[in-house]
Write a protein that binds this ligand. Structure first.
Ligand code: ATP
Length: 258
């Protein structure tokens, strides 16, 4: 079984773990640890209910892990800070369902994204980046957000997160419910964001497309990390192929490291 989880990227930026999380008696995360290097793109793959959204919420400070966990960004442990301080530290989350302000215009949503103090001086530069990535948003800047298509709303949600000048942009199933052509556009935009040097942590159902832009990935099952590896290793892994890529039963053992 090839060992392929070694990180091939630069300095660790996010180092988190062991994260356990209970919803009442239900253990949604059971000692999850992961890291993301500067400029790295990492994907988290797992079936429905594996705990992927809960993990992103924990990393964004939106839910409180059990004692003993750390969420280190650079040298700082963010745990214990209120959720609104996480964007100040450089973490932005585009949640499932997008979380944009439906009654506000595109321009107003983007402006609100730049509320964090370190982002304010760079508002014009970030807006230019967002409009360059998503020209549709520039055309529609006065449109009320809720009247936009699902794909446009997802672009706006990502644009708003970019306005906060994140070091780490986390996306929870960004392609969910989007038409194939819009999904292709979305992943092209994510690939371009990756090129700007922002680290990405992506939870996705579209395994093929997300592995195509990711450097590395983790597998999650029932609240635990059950494997990890480079995108190439994951693509070649029989269990991944069977679970996510529609492959037939295995004939050759080809695992990823736990
Ligand atoms: P999906 O792909 O379906 O969104 P997921 O991998 O993101 O799944 P989570 O949404 O993190 O998984 O859920 C993990 C487990 O925790 C599931 O069993 C879910 O029912 C449960 N769960 C999530 N949020 C809550 C909550 N607020 N209260 C109680 N249980 C919850």
């Amino acid at each position: 079984m090839p060992k392929s989880s070694a990180r091939i990227w630069g300095t660790t930026m996010l180092s988190a773990g062991p994260i356990s999380l209970h919803y009442g008696k239900h253990l949604a995360l059971d000692g999850v640890s992961l890291d993301v290097a500067d400029g790295e793109t990492v994907v988290v793959l797992g079936a429905n209910g594996a705990g992927k959204s809960s993990l992103l919420k924990a990393l964004a400070g939106l839910v409180k892990p059990a004692p003993g966990a750390r969420v280190m960004l650079g040298g700082d442990d963010l745990l214990g800070r209120p959720a609104h301080k996480y964007p100040e530290a450089g973490i932005a989350l585009v949640p499932e369902g997008r979380g944009i302000f439906g009654e506000l215009t595109v321009a107003e949503n983007l402006e609100l994204g730049a509320y964090v103090s370190h982002a304010r001086p760079h508002e014009a530069r970030q807006l230019a980046l967002v409009f360059d990535l998503f020209p549709r948003l520039a055309e529609r800047r006065q449109q009320i957000a809720r009247t936009m298509s699902g794909g446009e709303q997802q672009m706006l949600a990502i644009g708003r997160a970019l306005m906060s000048c994140p070091r780490l942009l986390m996306l929870d199933e960004p392609s969910l419910g989007l038409a194939p052509i819009v999904t292709t556009e979305l992943f092209a935009a994510l690939a371009r964001i990756r090129q700007t040097g922002i680290a990405l942590l992506v939870v996705e159902q579209n395994v093929k497309a997300s592995l195509a832009i990711a450097h590395r990935g983790y597998l999650m099952e029932a609240g635990r990390i059950t494997g990890s590896g480079t995108s190439d290793a994951l693509r070649g892994d029989v269990a991944v192929q069977q679970a996510f890529l529609g492959a037939a039963a295995p004939s050759v053992e080809n695992g990823v490291s736990p």
